[in-house]
Design a protein around this ligand. Structure first.
Ligand SMILES: [Zn+2]
Length: 379
């Protein structure tokens, strides 16, 4: 019987694990958080805080100021790059833009810009003719602000020449709310196992529904195709030695994010459960989400809470439609999953460097357990 307890560790069967991070982003609008305005070189020197931002002109030429307070906020994964998006309209003679990283404080109050000083960042091609979104990579600036948040004074945009060329953008005061300036903060997500590290955990159902008891699981299909079940049995991370039953195993966030739903009804099909948006932008129609189901007791986090990787969400249990204590974990992209294993975003999502679709049962003998190692750390 001892043979039964010699664990087969996933890594040995499924090839070498490769770190494959995926991208997600936070979309920040200034709104009440940010400030922006434009000012002229002759008229309107004191600045105009209305619904537009202007860059360009001739003789009397225009400059714009913009600041994103949210630029320095913590992101769930590792910061990668940042983009400023401005919506330009009725552009006929676009001007290239010189960008400056401001090193002095200003506000929307008149005259404040008089002593503006900045570091020159470079010249950027202007927007195209017509209307549409215009993006500028501002990674170096956001990187600087993230290192020194107190020095986030924003950006100055000036025309590259005084030649009667002209760009006009909607500002954060525009009544066209969805066309206001945006900051995209883009980061890499690196998911870890939803169970404690230093161990390897028994997989019981793979993505697509194949289960180790031979009964195909309908909750790992369609829009929940990218689901895995783990049972409360572990072996050492090395895969050597007997497997141990786990009591009250903590369920951990696979990556940082924002809790957007807490299921407090044990009678719900998912039982006590938690949903995390890894985009942190209150918009589950963008980026990646993960859902953790069937907790033993009410979740340990609340809706709207920011969680970090490894944060304890609840205790593995058997609530909802569940026949034994287990963790059912699902990954979504834009709030759902498309197709039966054909979602291009979720197909590249990995946990511990292994694609979700590569978390497989033993193909020859599905009931012979396979254990997958975790490096997650309880926070
Ligand atoms: Zn399941």
């Amino acid at each position: 019987m001892y043979q039964k307890y010699i664990a087969v560790i996933g890594a040995l069967l499924c090839g070498v694990a490769v770190s494959r991070a995926v991208e997600d982003k936070m979309v920040l609008q200034p709104g009440p958080e940010g400030v922006d305005k434009w000012f002229g070189s002759y008229y309107n020197k004191q600045g105009v805080n209305n619904g537009i931002l202007r860059v360009g002109g001739w003789g009397d030429y225009y400059n714009s100021l913009i600041k994103f307070d949210g630029a320095t906020q913590t992101v769930p994964g590792s910061f990668k790059r940042a983009e400023l998006w401005l919506y330009h309209f009725n552009t006929t003679r676009p001007t290239d833009i010189n960008m400056w990283l401001l090193k002095t404080r200003w506000s929307e109050a008149p005259w404040d810009h008089a002593n503006l000083a900045g570091y020159y960042l470079g010249r950027y091609y202007g927007p195209s003719i017509g209307s549409g979104w215009y993006g500028i990579d501002i990674t170096s600036s956001v990187n600087y602000w993230r290192l020194a948040p107190s020095l986030n004074y924003g950006l100055l945009l000036t025309p590259a020449a005084n030649d009667n060329r002209y760009d006009e953008f909607y500002s954060s005061d525009s009544s066209s709310v969805t066309l206001r300036p945006k900051l995209h903060v883009i980061y890499d997500l690196d998911f870890k196992m939803p169970l404690p590290g230093g161990k390897a955990w028994k997989l019981t159902v793979e993505a697509g529904g194949k289960a180790n008891d031979g009964i195909d699981d309908p909750f790992h299909k369609g829009t929940t195709y990218y689901s895995l079940d783990f049972s409360p049995w572990s072996v050492q991370a090395s895969g050597i030695g007997p497997m141990y039953p786990e009591t009250d195993a903590p369920v951990l966030a696979m990556e940082g994010g924002k809790v957007y739903f807490v299921g407090n009804d044990p009678g719900h099909p998912n039982g006590y459960h938690v949903k995390i948006d890894h985009g942190c932008d209150n918009d589950t129609s963008s980026g990646f989400q993960t859902v953790y189901s069937h907790f033993k007791s009410p979740p340990l986090v609340t809706k709207g809470q920011i969680v970090i990787q490894g944060q304890k969400l609840g205790i593995m249990g058997n609530t909802g439609i569940s026949t034994a204590t287990h963790l059912h974990v699902t990954a979504y992209f834009q709030g759902t999953a498309s197709g039966e294993g054909t979602d291009p975003q979720l197909n590249q999502l990995s946990i511990e460097g292994r694609l979700i679709k590569d978390y497989k049962l033993n193909s020859l003998s599905p009931s012979t357990p396979i254990f997958y190692p975790s490096s997650n750390v309880i926070k």
